[in-house]
Design a protein. Structure first.
Length: 209
């Protein structure tokens, strides 16, 4: 009689007994015939699926920035602040009304402002005196590199530069600008402004002023 309940369990037991005693015990247990012992084995190891090689990510090369057709691009000196290009003086005049005060304030372009206009005019001349199409509405983009890390308001930059470009004859008047973009760039020794002027194909205004 097999007390182990199954032949496999009995063979498992017999595998731990000396070989010369196995047959006799097998007969006592009623396990007729010779059987190979059942050995404990680990479950078969499944081969790991081959891993797909991961792509090596590389950064795409930066594409050169392109400008719309007809864009004028040049670099100008860093402009003086809006507060420094104008100065106020008091002048005497003869009023029509004898009771009126014979003095009035007059706002003039400062020496710093005049020097900047001359510098811009010289730069524009060196660029071949570029001009925008007559009457075209314009987009003006300024990429501003300040001369140092001091705090500066970008809103103070455009006016002196726009007036200087008008004085240099690049356009008829800065009122033609419909789109104004001002960007801050890293510090550049001495400061500079990259100017991009693009004629607009779609605008609220039509024709020349």
């Amino acid at each position: 009689m097999n007390p182990f309940g199954s032949r496999a369990a009995a063979e498992q037991y017999l595998s731990r007994i000396a070989p010369d005693l196995r047959d006799a015990i097998r007969l006592k247990l009623g396990l007729v015939g010779t059987a190979q012992p059942v050995l404990e084995t680990s479950p078969p190891v499944q081969p790991r699926p081959a891993q797909e090689k991961q792509p090596e990510w590389t950064s795409e090369p930066e594409q050169p920035e392109t400008s719309p057709p007809g864009t004028l691009t040049f670099t100008l000196p860093y402009p003086p602040s809006l507060n420094s290009i104008w100065r106020s003086i008091v002048v005497k005049f003869k009023p029509k009304n004898p009771k009126a005060i014979p003095y009035r304030a007059k706002v003039l372009l400062s020496e710093e402002g005049r020097n900047y206009r001359r510098a811009v005019a010289s730069c524009i001349q060196n660029y071949g005196q570029p001009r925008t199409p007559p009457g075209a509405r314009l987009q003006l983009e300024l990429i501003v590199s300040p001369p140092d890390l001091r705090k500066r308001d970008l809103s103070n930059i455009p006016k002196a530069l726009e007036d200087a470009l008008t004085h240099a004859g690049v356009w008829a008047d800065d009122s033609l600008i419909d789109v104004l973009i001002v960007r801050r760039a890293p510090v550049h020794r001495g400061g500079q402004v990259v100017v991009k002027i693009t004629p607009l194909t779609t605008t609220l205004f039509v024709g020349e002023n």
